[in-house]
Design a protein around this ligand. Structure first.
Ligand code: MIG
Length: 652
């Protein structure tokens, strides 16, 4: 049962698609304190909290602070309270109560889950206005289902988007992109897409292509398409201010950009230099910007990733002016140490400066809102602009779309990637721990940068990370400019990388099938063990193993130099230890703790009792997977125990 409670005057977010009449009684479970703008709940010692989508730390969110305030922060450290997304749905599991709660408010809101007081869960609002949905149900899975039902169906990408995608910030020319494709094909390694980062554009201008470095782009897209490789360009939120640039000029003419209090357009700076931000919250601006994707769709493009849409701001013209004025004051003076640090801070905190988010306004649903009041809706509405436009431009065809910033509701228009992680072993574990919370909040087509974005990856980290990444719907290897090149063909043990990539393709019939079922049934694709074994005290504490779909459990190795790991089995399972598609060991293991060997090149899959796991002969493209050759690894079951879903993979 879903009950809705209204606090204050909430700003609509369009995240909930069902109309639910509000209750008149008091909010259950939490006490509301109007003065403190907060809700609090005393947690019993054993209470656990799950959800909140993309955040740092473990699967059980208890013991830390999470602030929904979409941030472009490339350092995903344990102490960070905000990442790129606000996905304010959680499950609370106490001793004698369990419920789900969705806190629908577009501004800043903090979830203090035993951080300030180890026994108290407080939700602290910047503005005490929110629609709150309280959900009771029979089980955790049931509560999640009810929540997912009210927010509407998750986005479905084309099936080819389940193939492998190679990305790198610094593919400078079509020649370089072609080399990547050639290397994969020459080494017989599967690949379905190559991503274009900001360098494909002409001076970082959205919906343009650099003519010198990517000459005859349309022909190039066609040539790659003929090889069944999709090119996926990035789109940034800021529009370059440049006379003669059509997107800029149309935006000015149509009054589509965000403005300051005095009515002037906000001037910020991001990669293109000075930019204006489209007011994605405004209907006509959203429609206009969405239609721009057609420029690339007409060139044969069928997928995009939306970046910098928190929005990231390197500086605003106004703040930069203030900074220079203050610097004048320091000039020529003998700085005492305090002034020195103030001076250093002044310059060091120019980018993503919090006050800048109070300098501009949106026109939203017929009203004017200062940006910070609706901040967390910005990336959502950029992606919504694209999604709504795709429905007009190609109503029957699925287009690949995922975004960096998000809010619940955006899951109907695209997936997300988890932003700028690092080539750290701890971030491989973070990737594992982020997936179930993304499943809960409807962001099914998601994944992290495999191998890590910043810092130099090592071959073993990349291999271990890939062994987990082959289970995430978005399966993309991405790295930052200036770091060690991370394409699989650059490493020593190419054969093992080929085998692991092949396993991804062998598992696609299962992954796609489970993905589509999760969409249709509002289920979680990734589940912590305790979602299926709520009463099992051991299962409850496992934070590094996940059920993926109905038939299997994964237990990735995420420690350097480990040749295996401890695994907890909540039930008897059949272990498949893969070195490749046709080279694997099979072993039945009893419920309980086991030390399981896993050499660097081995992938562990645990098949559940009474279930079947379909495996196809690998192919180098998703479209070439031969479904007639599928075999089933069963554990005490018949083939009819598994319902394999498939479709043409491209129509809606
Ligand atoms: O300021 O486009 O998260 O994936 O490669 C960095 C360059 C901007 C951040 C994205 C990352 C992308 C990078 N972008």
């Amino acid at each position: 049962m879903v009950r809705k409670y209204v606090i204050g005057n909430p700003i609509e977010t369009d995240s909930v698609v069902e109309s639910i009449s509000p209750e008149s009684g008091a909010l259950p479970y939490f006490n509301a304190y109007k003065e403190q703008k907060s809700l609090t709940l005393n947690m019993d010692k054993s209470a656990r909290v799950y959800g909140l989508g993309e955040t740092v730390r473990g699967i059980n969110k208890r013991g830390f602070l999470y602030v929904s305030n979409n941030s472009d922060d490339p350092f995903h450290l344990e102490e960070k309270v905000s990442l790129y997304a606000s996905q304010n749905f959680f499950l609370y599991l106490g001793k004698d109560m369990a419920f789900g709660m969705y806190v629908d408010t577009p501004g800043k809101v903090s979830f203090d889950i035993g951080f300030s007081d180890i026994n108290v869960f407080s939700i602290i609002f910047e503005d005490f206005d929110a629609d709150i949905y309280v959900i009771d149900g029979e089980s955790m899975v049931d509560i999640v289902r009810q929540f997912r039902k009210i927010i509407g169906k998750s986005y479905v990408p084309p099936k080819w988007a389940f193939g492998f995608g190679q990305c790198r910030w610094s593919y400078m020319s079509s020649k370089e992109v072609k080399e990547v494709a050639d290397n994969y094909d020459d080494l017989d390694m599967p690949i379905d897409s190559i991503y274009l980062d900001i360098d494909y554009m002409e001076r970082y201008k959205d919906f343009t292509v650099d003519k010198d470095r990517f000459p005859d782009f349309e022909e190039f897209v066609k040539e790659m398409k003929a090889r069944n490789i999709h090119l996926i360009p990035i789109i940034d939120a800021g529009v370059k201010i440049e006379e003669g640039y059509d997107v800029y000029e149309e935006g000015v003419k149509g009054d589509y950009f965000v403005k300051k209090e005095n009515g002037e357009r906000l001037v910020a700076a991001v990669w293109p230099g000075k930019v204006h931000f489209p007011d994605f919250l405004k209907d006509d601006a959203r429609e206009w910007f969405g239609n721009k994707y057609k420029v690339l769709i007409d060139k044969g493009i069928d997928g995009f990733w939306n970046d910098m849409n928190e929005p990231a701001i390197f500086y605003t013209e106004d703040h930069l002016k203030e900074v220079f004025e203050q610097i004048e004051e320091y000039k020529g003076k003998n700085l005492d140490i305090e002034s020195f640090f103030a001076f250093k801070d002044l310059v060091g905190s120019i980018d993503n400066y919090p006050e800048d988010y109070k300098r501009f306004y949106h026109e939203y649903k017929g009203k004017r809102y200062r940006h910070d009041k609706v901040h967390n809706l910005f990336g959502y509405n950029m992606t919504r602009a694209a999604g709504e436009a795709f429905d007009r431009i190609c109503p029957d065809k699925r287009i690949l779309m995922f975004s960096r910033s998000s809010y619940i509701g955006m899951h109907r228009y695209g997936g997300i990637w988890c932003g700028d992680n690092r080539s750290w072993w701890s971030h491989l574990l973070l990737n594992v721990q982020q997936m179930p919370a993304l499943s809960m909040t409807g962001f099914l087509y998601s994944g992290a940068d495999i191998g890590g974005f910043s810092a130099d990856v090592t071959e073993d980290l990349l291999m271990r990370w890939t062994e987990f990444g082959i289970f995430t719907p978005l399966f993309r290897n991405h790295s930052a400019k200036g770091t060690r090149r991370q394409e699989y063909y650059r490493f020593t043990d190419k054969e093992s990388f080929r085998n692991i990539l092949n396993l991804r393709y062998a598992f696609i019939p299962y992954l796609y099938s489970e993905f589509m079922k999760a969409v249709d049934n509002n289920d979680m694709l990734f589940r912590p063990l305790c979602f299926d074994y709520a009463e099992d005290e051991m299962a409850v504490e496992v934070e590094d193993q996940l059920f993926v779909g109905e038939s299997i459990m994964v237990a990735p190795v995420y420690k350097q130099n480990a040749s295996g790991r401890y695994v907890y089995l909540p039930e008897d399972m059949k272990l498949l230890r893969f070195r490749s598609y046709d080279d694997y060991d099979v072993e039945v293991l009893d419920k309980g703790n086991h030390y399981v060997k896993a050499a660097l090149n081995e992938v562990l899959v645990f098949v559940r009792k009474g279930h079947a796991f379909p495996i196809a002969r690998p192919a180098n493209r998703v479209g070439d997977i031969d479904y007639s050759g599928i075999k089933y690894e069963c554990y005490e079951c018949t083939q009819s125990a598994y319902k394999l879903y498939d479709d043409d993979g491209i129509t809606k």
